[in-house]
Design a protein around this ligand. Structure first.
Ligand SMILES: Cc1cc2nc3c(=O)[nH]c(=O)nc-3n(C[C@H](O)[C@H](O)[C@H](O)COP(=O)(O)OP(=O)(O)OC[C@H]3O[C@@H](n4cnc5c(N)ncnc54)[C@H](O)[C@@H]3O)c2cc1C
Length: 262
């Protein structure tokens, strides 16, 4: 006999696979959810590693339209107008939402948000926290908000292996626990928020979890994959044996620093 031998079957509310900014945002928007992470909740994935900050038109001299125009320009004709509009229009209110959740952004002595500038932006519009520890502060604040929400159950140290389908739709996900036992979690919805695929390359600033497990699961379940050629490569990382490669924050260049190589 072949196939998976299950150790248990559980019935759950909607399942969110992934505890980064995407998974946490999704779970906080649901009346009830189970959130799965492969590592330690709010400490694994790319989110906690993000440095320079978040782009949003927060300055009175800036606007979502200008932000959208910059985004379209640097995309060299590849950006799709709808998502660019959503991203740039929603950004300011999302920053306010994050502050409401408890995230502390850096402010000037005058008390207004300290805005940095990064490549491709004609305006200063990068909000950040503790200088270049934006992701760590975001993961802290959102992680605490998720933990405080009684309707979200966080399960750490589990790897989602495969989606299970019945009559043409996904009805659950098989997960592996650290003791190697397997559970089929049956749910009305499974949302994959497993991050990127940067880890598939030999040298990367991306964390261990960015191996594309969720993308592969989605493909096996019949999802049509899109835009796989868009992989995050930081142009400035420290060459050496450290894995993932340490990143020189983009904020350095935004503030005018010059990087000098060998
Ligand atoms: C070094 C670095 C610096 C960055 N700096 C910035 C920045 O300044 N500004 C910016 O906007 N962006 C930055 N980024 C990009 C940003 O961090 C990511 O785009 C964002 O965090 C992605 O969030 P996510 O929720 O999609 O994925 P992630 O945060 O990667 O979360 C993925 C989650 O899925 C889980 N997971 C994966 N596979 C499985 C599985 N099979 N089963 C169970 N769980 C699974 C992981 O455990 C993790 O919890 C940076 C990225 C890196 C690596």
């Amino acid at each position: 006999m072949s196939g998976l031998e299950l150790d248990r079957i559980e019935y759950c509310p909607p399942i969110v696979v992934g505890g980064g900014v995407a998974g946490m945002t999704t779970a906080l928007g649901l009346p009830e959810a189970v959130l799965l992470t492969e590592g330690t909740f709010a400490h694994d994935g790319s989110t906690v590693l993000a440095q320079g900050g978040i782009a949003a038109a927060m300055d009175p001299g800036d606007s979502p339209d200008l932000h959208a125009a910059d985004s379209r320009e640097v995309a060299g004709g590849l950006a799709v107008a709808g998502p660019v509009r959503v991203l740039t229009e929603a950004a300011p209110e999302r920053i306010e939402w994050l502050e409401h959740l408890g995230m502390r952004f850096d402010r000037t002595l005058g008390g207004v948000l300290a805005l940095g500038r990064e490549a491709g932006h004609r305006k200063r519009r990068i909000v950040h926290a503790h200088g270049d520890a934006t992701g760590a502060e975001l993961a802290r604040a959102m992680g605490e908000a998720v933990r405080a929400r009684g309707s979200i159950e966080v399960i750490e140290g589990v790897t989602a292996l495969d989606l299970v389908r019945s009559r043409g739709r996904v009805v659950g996900v098989v997960v592996r626990h650290q003791d190697e036992s397997l559970t089929l979690m049956v749910a009305p919805a499974v949302i994959l928020a497993t991050g990127g695929i940067g880890r598939l390359y030999a040298r990367t600033t991306n964390p261990a979890s960015a191996y594309g497990g969720g993308v592969a699961m989605a493909a096996r379940a019949g999802a049509r994959l899109l835009d796989l050629e868009f992989v995050q490569f930081h142009p400035t990382a420290l060459a050496g044996d450290i894995d993932p490669a340490p990143l020189f924050t983009e904020a350095l260049r935004g503030e005018g620093a010059l990087l000098i190589d060998g």
